[in-house]
Write a protein of this length. Structure first.
Length: 138
């Protein structure tokens, strides 16, 4: 794999991790949003990644990361008895999202570290290319 392909690979990984971080932020922002029905309740969302081999590249090692789809969690929602809540249904229940804040924060830290690792890869690649260019000057 050439050094220039590294930019494409790391760039695609950074884009995928950015989508992941945005989903985690959305999950955390909606952790306390109540609804009167199961259908109207926010459900935790996760990104599913996919490896994409560049069919136009002669190098089979050039594989990019892509967000294949975004799925909603199948975990049960939390029904809470709060008869005086403005969103309570006729039985006095409100439904809370199935977002686990601890899990969401762990996902945020993992996505952030993966993103930073790819930034480091890009910086190292740039330094290698600059050193290669400077070799020809001396």
């Amino acid at each position: 794999m050439g050094l220039f392909n590294t930019f494409d690979v790391s760039g695609s990984a950074m884009t995928a991790q950015s989508v992941r971080m945005n989903l985690v932020a959305s999950n955390l922002a909606n952790v306390n949003s109540a609804a009167s029905s199961v259908e109207g309740t926010y459900k935790s969302r996760q990104a599913v990644f996919k490896t994409v081999i560049d069919e136009f590249s002669s190098d089979p090692a050039v594989a990019k990361v892509k967000v294949d789809r975004i799925i909603e969690s199948e975990e049960p929602l939390k029904a809470q008895y709060q008869p005086y809540h403005p969103d309570a249904n006729e039985d006095g229940y409100v439904y809370m999202p199935n977002v686990n804040p601890v899990e969401a924060m762990a996902n945020m830290m993992d996505a952030s570290r993966s993103y930073q690792t790819n930034v480091d890869v890009l910086n190292t690649t740039k330094q290698l290319l600059m050193r290669t260019i400077n070799l020809g000057k001396s």
